[in-house]
Design a protein around this ligand. Structure first.
Ligand code: PRP
Length: 275
């Protein structure tokens, strides 16, 4: 049984859905009423785009309501794990946000917590019974859509392990390794290095987990062009795109999934998550 808390996000196709109504009380408190007309002995998987503390609140209430209906086995699919990038404290005074979310989720004693393309190994290390769903089939779909041969570009050392797994899944697509550096004091991006002498007109697909403002990809695209790359494509599992798509107009095409939100923009091609 599936309980899709976000009506626009239904990754488990063809499975029976549990019905519910959710609303907010006049005092601002979220609330849910689950239709009890289902076999509560069955396992339930909740899906939720958990992008804010409000979403987390609704999730807590939902799990509580299911437990009170005697549902024993509850799993959760969170496509974009909140604050996954805040996986270390950079400056004294900051929270270790990913742990705060993980600790709250751990109190729910879930059977499994599925996370799509976790930012780092910190998320699955902190979340009990976590299973990371890799980006492999997403990138496979992207490459099919592009239709021509591309090299996979890994923007930084942190993404290398993942990109070699993608390459292996795709039967050995070439990988170009890159690295990015940051100013130690400000944390701002200060440069990119592409570890290939000449890309000789070769089309390149940058693969990463998140595009937020896009600075990483614009800077890297420039460096790839300096190495004579051909057409440039960008595929990110989680599209935030907080500066819009204009800043990314160096890319022939941009691909993402609906893990974070829905998009209706001709500049981005959304591959809907289906499990
Ligand atoms: O679109 P942008 O605003 O440029 O951000 C995108 C980058 O941010 C994240 O890495 P981050 O730099 O947080 O990761 P790291 O410091 O853990 O390597 C993500 O993995 C991208 O590489």
């Amino acid at each position: 049984m599936i309980l899709n808390l976000d009506p626009n996000f239904k990754p488990f196709t063809g499975q029976k859905e549990i019905e519910f109504k959710n609303f907010t009380f006049s005092g601002g408190e979220p609330h849910i009423k689950i239709n009890p007309d289902f076999d509560t002995k069955e396992a339930v998987t909740i899906t939720h785009r958990l992008n804010s503390f409000n979403d987390l609140g609704l999730l807590c209430l939902t799990v509580d309501a299911l437990r009170r209906m005697d549902v024993k086995i509850i799993s959760l699919f969170i496509p974009y794990f909140p604050a996954a990038r805040q996986d270390r404290v950079m400056i004294k005074g900051e929270p270790l946000s990913v742990k705060v979310y993980a600790d709250i989720i751990n109190t729910m004693q879930l059977e499994k917590v599925f996370v799509f393309d976790a930012h780092s190994e910190v998320t699955p290390a902190l979340v009990n019974n976590c299973e990371v769903i890799p980006n492999h089939t997403f990138i496979q779909t992207v490459i099919k859509t592009i239709g021509n041969e591309v090299k996979l570009i890994s923007p930084d050392g942190g993404a290398l392990k993942k990109i070699y797994k993608v390459s292996e899944f795709l039967g050995g697509v070439d990988v170009v390794e890159c690295s990015k550096s940051r100013d130690v004091k400000t944390g701002k991006l200060s440069g990119f290095k592409v570890y290939e002498d000449d890309l000789q007109g070769i089309d390149c697909l940058i693969v990463d987990d998140i595009c937020d403002g896009g600075g990483t990809f614009v800077g890297l695209a420039q460096e790839l062009k300096n190495k004579n790359a051909g057409k440039l494509y960008l595929a990110v599992s989680h599209g935030i795109f907080n500066k819009g798509f204009e800043v990314l107009d160096c890319f022939e095409k941009i691909f993402t999934t609906n893990s974070f939100k829905d998009f209706d923009d001709e500049k981005v091609e959304v591959v809907k998550l289906k499990l």
